[in-house]
Design a protein around this ligand. Structure first.
Ligand code: PEP
Ligand code: MN
Length: 355
């Protein structure tokens, strides 16, 4: 990391970048309210920081020993000052601002009618963003794989419904990208690109998705530690895309015998991650619990823990859903969740914003 003096000139900044490029490395340039900070992207072992520190306009040059730095508070503090929270704009919606954001919709898009009916319901309940899986990650090849599995034409048709439903009810839309071949197609239709838990480690996919320049919802793998999760988020920010929304969706439960929840919602990870990074973090109580009767409590808990919003699976008749019916709530229930969460958020956000 190279911290420039407050009065450093453009030429001096350019000279530092030239020096970094000589090592075959890339530079992330952040021009903040206070000063310009240049982050080196790549393997820094060969970099002579003492020499960089002597370049004109440089205040300090130092090695940062964390696997993620571009997303770290340590880094943003130098650029923007204390207590930065990145606010990611999607249409008129702000993710990471003072109001919690609710992403809701079916686990999987099943038909145009199903999607439009759910979109209408979640909009009325107060949701801000519409979700709907088209390329579904499934544990069994014998289960419904999402309409995207039916080939390019089917995938485009379903993506078109999603976009149409979003436009009709004024909801930005999000769907998961499960593989590199889907990136260009999905990015044409949706406002946010989702990377699912199972793909958290796929750095080629992350890079390709980040390059689209659209906000990315990045879900934590169920076996990933916090440092790993943040390190992989760093891959996307290193591509110049800082609009990364983190999502805690539960980790593998411990112990023998029946677990009673699908995963363990790692609530403490939410404030712990918020101490580390300025990126917003959401929670997904649906996949974390796998139980609709736990959604209200865990939603409240996640907002109390400092989540900037939630992703919740909703269906007008969960019993009818082809996927994840057991964890889906109805639009009426979603309304109760949103009302409760908004009250809790009003208590929590002022504390977060206090310096
Ligand atoms: C999803 O949100 O549709 C999903 C499959 O979640 P996860 O990747 O967290 O399992
Ligand atoms: Mn699901």
């Amino acid at each position: 990391m190279i911290i420039m003096k407050t009065d450093a000139t453009e030429e001096q900044i350019a000279q530092v970048i030239t020096e970094i490029k000589k090592y075959g490395l890339r530079a992330d340039i952040s021009k903040g309210a206070f000063r310009t900070v240049i982050g080196i992207i790549g393997d820094e072992t060969e970099v002579d920081f003492a020499r960089l520190a002597l370049l004109p306009g440089v205040k300090e040059a130092m090695r940062i020993e964390t696997p993620y730095k571009l997303i770290s508070r340590e880094y943003s503090k130098l650029i923007e000052g204390e207590n930065e929270h990145r606010v990611i704009k999607v249409g008129n919606i702000e993710i990471g601002g003072d109001n919690p954001v609710f992403i809701a919709g079916p686990c999987a898009v099943e038909s145009k009618e199903q999607l439009l009916r759910i979109a209408e319901g979640v909009k009325k309940a107060g949701a801000h963003i519409l979700r709907g899986g088209i390329f579904k990650p499934r544990s069994s090849v014998h289960s419904f794989q999402g309409l995207g599995a039916g080939g390019q034409e089917k995938a485009e048709e379903a993506l078109d419904w999603l976009r149409e439903a979003g436009r009709k009810f004024e909801l930005p839309v999000i769907t998961e990208i499960r593989g590199e071949s889907q990136v260009d197609l999905v990015a044409e239709y949706t406002d946010i690109l989702q990377i699912g838990a199972r793909n958290m480690y796929d750095q080629d996919l992350l890079t390709k998705v980040a390059k689209k320049g659209k906000p990315v919802l990045f879900k934590r793998h169920f076996g990933a530690g916090i440092e790993e999760f943040l390190s992989f988020a760093e891959y996307m920010v290193a591509e110049g895309n800082k609009d990364i929304i983190l999502c805690e969706r539960g980790i593998i439960p411990i112990g023998k015998g029946k677990n009673y929840t699908r995963y363990t919602l790692d609530l403490a990870a939410i404030p712990a991650i918020q101490k580390e990074t300025y990126l917003p973090i959401l929670a997904d109580p649906s996949h974390a619990t796998g139980r609709r009767d736990l959604i209200l409590n865990m939603s409240c808990a996640a907002i109390a823990a400092g989540a900037s919003g939630l992703m919740i699976e909703v269906h007008y008749n969960p019993a009818e859903a082809l996927v994840d019916g057991q964890q889906m709530i109805t639009p009426d229930e979603l309304k109760d969740v949103i009302d409760a969460c908004q009250k809790i958020s009003k208590l929590i956000v002022p504390m977060r914003n206090k310096k």
